[in-house]
Design a protein around this ligand. Structure first.
Ligand SMILES: NC(=O)c1ccc[n+]([C@@H]2O[C@H](COP(=O)([O-])OP(=O)(O)OC[C@H]3O[C@@H](n4cnc5c(N)ncnc54)[C@H](OP(=O)(O)O)[C@@H]3O)[C@@H](O)[C@H]2O)c1
Length: 214
């Protein structure tokens, strides 16, 4: 798959690196320095390159949106026309100082994104794991017992892309349902972050849902 990374920070940088190592073509975009994007691309290997958001979006079959919520309008404006593109939203709708969700209860980051880019094909994924966990999970991807990763959305194509990419990184995809379920997923992501960074665990913490059959 050709993947455009919109936001090459802690999360986008690691996701792009692992997608490239898993065999996808990746364009890293949107950081404060072009040098950083080039360095990320070099470290990710032959399948990766650095570019602008417009270049990342142009040929992408999937766009990974991983910016602070306050940068959403800017990065989308730089990306240009995203009609028909699959966008996987990793961004949590946090306020400026990251102390609370700026959107909650009656809407979610995903639902607001759908309103902003109604012609894009949007799902939420990868926003419920600390980025520090990604390399370890990828290394253990051949194991049968994989950590879960929840995703949701209303667009079937976007959800199918999410499933492929979630599996490629070594997680077990869990379909949480339609886009409105993102209202529960956003706060769940904060709980995971709280446990990872301030609980007894380390940031290298994933979660697993067990289905108990009768
Ligand atoms: N990190 C996680 O573990 C994690 C987990 C779940 C969800 N999320 C969500 O994912 C999103 C990204 O998080 P993150 O931790 O990856 O944040 P981050 O490290 O700050 O990455 C954001 C990216 O945006 C770039 N950026 C910021 N301002 C810019 C500007 N004016 N012009 C160009 N580029 C600019 C940053 O550039 P620089 O690289 O130059 O700083 C960085 O590459 C957030 O919405 C967060 O809630 C993160």
């Amino acid at each position: 798959m050709r993947i455009g990374i919109l936001g090459s920070g802690l999360l986008g940088g690691k996701l792009g690196t692992l997608f490239a190592r898993a065999g996808h073509e990746v364009v890293f975009s949107y950081a404060r320095s072009k040098e950083k994007l080039k360095r990320l691309a070099r470290n990710a290997g032959a399948n990766a390159q650095a570019g602008t958001p417009a270049e990342a979006a142009r040929h992408a079959e999937a766009l990974i949106l991983a910016v602070h919520w306050s940068r959403l309008a800017d990065v989308l404006q730089q990306a240009g026309d995203v009609s028909g593109k699959v966008i996987l939203n990793c961004s949590l709708p946090m306020n400026a100082d990251n102390t609370e969700l700026a959107i909650a209860h009656t809407s979610s980051g995903l639902e607001e994104l759908v309103k902003i880019v109604p012609m894009a094909r949007v799902a939420a994924a990868f926003n419920t794991v600390p980025s520090e966990v990604l390399f370890g999970v990828y290394q253990r991807r051949r194991r049968t017992r994989r950590p879960s990763l929840v995703y949701c959305g209303d667009d079937r194509r976007a959800k199918s892309v999410a499933v492929t990419l979630i599996r490629d990184l070594g997680f077990d995809p869990v379909d949480a349902g339609p886009a409105r379920i993102a209202r529960y997923i956003d706060p769940f992501a904060l709980l995971v972050a709280q446990l990872a960074y301030e609980g007894k665990g380390s940031p290298e913490m994933a979660y697993r849902f067990e289905r108990l059959r009768k």
